[in-house]
Structure formats: C-alpha cells, structure tokens
Design a binder for this molecule. Structure first.
Ligand code: 5AD
Ligand code: SF4
Ligand code: FES
Length: 343
C-alpha cells in the first residue's frame, strides 16, 4: 500500500486494525503525519496552561487515582484567588489559553464554575478558557458558554460499549458520554475527545472503534496518552500502555484529522524521558504544562510517577522550550485556535 492520506482514510476496519498493529509502516506514517502537521500548523506548538483546580471526584473510574474510593489521597480545591494567581503567572509566561481541569466535584456548582470563568475572561479578555470538568447537562454546558468558556475537553475513553463498562462503574455510560460530547459540539464549543492507549482489556478492534467514533464526532482536539497504573486503584497491577503504539496512533490521528489540536501529553512524558518530544515528531502540536501551585501538583494523581510535580511553572516552560526547540518546532504565545483548513 502507498502510504498517503487518501488510501489511509479509505481503509476498511480490518485494514486499519492491521495498520495499527504493525510497525512495518512507521517511518512512512511519521513522514506523512509530519508533512500534514506542517501544512496546517507549520512548526508551531501551542501551549495551554493547565490548572488542576480540584482533585475531589464523586466518580469511581477504575483506572484513575482520583476515584472516590481512594481514601489515601488528600483532597484539595483551589480558591478563586489561587486560580487567578495561576493565570497571572501563566499570562506573564506567554500562555493565552487556560484549562480548568478537575474531578467531578459536587461543591463546584454551575454558578461557582461560571463565576470563575467570568473572572478569568474579565481579567484576560485575549485568552481562551477551556473547561475539563466531566459530564454535565446540556443546560450546564450552555451556562459555561455564556460565562465565556469556548472550549471543552471530555475524553470518551473508549468507543466500545463492553470495554467502557469494564473501565467504569455502572453509574457511568458510554451513551451518556457520547451525548455530552454531541451536546458540546452542537452548543458551539471547540470540543475535545480522546482515549487512553493500552487501558486494561483494550483490543485493537476497540481502537478502530475509537477512530470511527472520532470520525463521526469530528472533534477539534484529540487527546491520547498511555494508560499508566495507579497503585491505589483496581488496575494497579495492569501494565502501562506502549510508547510505540501511542506514537503510531498520534501519527494516524494527524493523518485522519490533519486540522486537529493534538497534545503530546504529560502521560507520554511520564513513560519515557523524551516522550513528549517524540509525540511532537509523530504529529502532536500542543503541550499542556501545569500552572497549578507546586504544593498541590502531587495530589492530582491520576496515575503514578507523574512528571513535573516538583517544578514551578516558569521552570517547566523554560524546560519545555528547549525540548521543543531540540526537535525543530517552536512554542508560540498565541491563543492557538483550531485550523480547519490548510490555508
Ligand atoms: N493513566 C493514564 N491516563 C489516565 N487518565 C485517568 N487515569 C489515567 C491513568 N491511570 C486520563 C483519562 C482522563 C484524563 C483526565 O486523564 O483519560 O480523561
Ligand atoms: Fe473522576 Fe475523571 Fe478520575 Fe473518573 S477519570 S475518577 S471522573 S477525575
Ligand atoms: Fe516540566 Fe521539564 S517540562 S520540568
């Protein structure tokens, strides 16, 4: 097969599965994905300041260290002042997008979230606010939009119903997760979906379903990263996701969705010291460094051994700049909107 975008996007499920599971095409896939990323985004890398504002969560996802059954974790919630200070620091460092990410913390009502979003937008009118706070009603999403949030991240985690139910408690359903994502799109959010690579029980057929679901949703952002076990979860003994498969899937995502904003995730940087650089070379074009106060970084423990929990934001961004330069790309200080067309 000639490796080009037309051929790859026309593959049958079986052919796509074979491509996902073979390393035979890797160098050609990476060359094609890098040429597409350059066509749409040049060598630019967008940065998003991640503010992990609460590690309190009512849910009990089997893979996640923030699950409510993990009683060994100290829980925190940043005040609005802490959040605004993190934004101040980020703005001075060149960030023009702030991502408010948190567990599903019932204390954070819609009014509470809207107040914070509105305060950030008032202080930084030239910045975008992204929310990543889980499954909410359409009405709640509409309220966040009115308050000034324009982007929303909600990974679908897996597009296979049986697999979804092995990763989540019975209170969560793939059906509702999909409904949330379509609601976000319909309301006009720049919407992000995604999944973990190598999550327990994941098959290559599941990954094909993930690609098919993403084709149906056509999200603006797609976040994938390796599954990494957390010691205080039922999945503590499962192996972490593979680096080479994650990189191959990043390349395939760029080929299927050339316009997309695709982060080289912290999880990828956690399983290999140069994981994020390799992710950029494979097709990723976004980095999401942490702006949370270092005192709480360690407590946002989705998985074990997370990197960058000891550094100040300024140290991380300096470190990242040289890492990005080392692979021939460039961090830019703009709002970094999606580019649906290559012009
Ligand atoms: N390993 C890797 N990623 C994880 N996430 C949650 N737990 C883990 C883990 N153990 C991811 C999920 C979630 C995002 C915020 O973090 O995909 O959507
Ligand atoms: Fe809560 Fe999200 Fe972790 Fe699930 S993945 S337990 S919803 S923080
Ligand atoms: Fe955080 Fe290097 S990127 S310390």
């Amino acid at each position: 097969m000639t490796i080009n975008r037309t051929n790859i996007t026309a593959l049958s499920d079986k052919e796509l599965k074979d491509l996902i599971t073979s390393d035979k095409y890797d160098s050609r896939l990476f060359a094609l994905s890098d040429s597409l990323r350059r066509e749409y985004y040049g060598t630019e890398v967008f940065i998003r300041g991640l503010i992990e504002f609460t590690n309190i969560c009512k849910n009990n996802c089997l893979y996640c260290g923030l699950r409510c059954d993990n009683t060994s974790l100290s829980r925190y919630r940043l005040s609005q002042n802490d959040i605004l200070s993190a934004c101040d620091e980020g703005y001075a460092l060149g960030f023009r997008t702030f991502v408010l990410q948190g567990g599903e913390d019932t204390f954070c009502t819609d009014e509470y979230i809207c107040r914070i979003v509105y305060a950030i937008k008032t202080r930084f009118p030239d910045c975008a606010v992204t929310l990543s706070i889980g499954e909410k009603s359409r009405k709640s999403y509409a309220a966040y939009l009115s308050a000034g949030a324009t982007r929303y991240l909600l990974r679908h985690e897996t597009a296979d119903y049986a697999h979804y139910s092995r990763l989540h408690p019975a209170s969560l359903s793939l059906e509702n997760r999909k409904k949330c994502l379509f609601n976000l799109k319909e309301l006009g959010f720049q919407t992000g979906a995604g999944f973990m690579v190598g999550s327990p029980y994941q098959t290559s057929e599941n990954i094909v379903s993930d690609f098919r679901f993403l084709q149906e949703l056509s999200p603006d952002m797609i976040g994938i990263g390796p599954f990494i076990p957390h010691s205080e979860t039922p999945f503590a003994a499962f192996p972490q996701g593979s680096l080479s498969l994650t990189l191959r899937l990043l390349a395939l995502l760029r080929i299927f969705f050339p316009y997309a904003l695709i982060p080289a995730t912290t999880a990828l940087g956690t399983i290999h010291p140069e994981g994020r650089e390799m992710g950029l070379r494979a097709g990723a074009n976004v980095l999401m460094p942490n702006l949370s106060p270092p005192s709480v970084r360690r407590l946002y423990s989705l998985y074990d051994n997370k990197i960058c929990t000891g550094e100040e934001a300024a140290e991380c961004i300096a470190c990242l700049k040289s890492r990005v330069d080392s692979v021939g790309y460039k961090i830019v200080a703009n709002i970094g909107d999606v580019r649906r067309h290559n012009n």
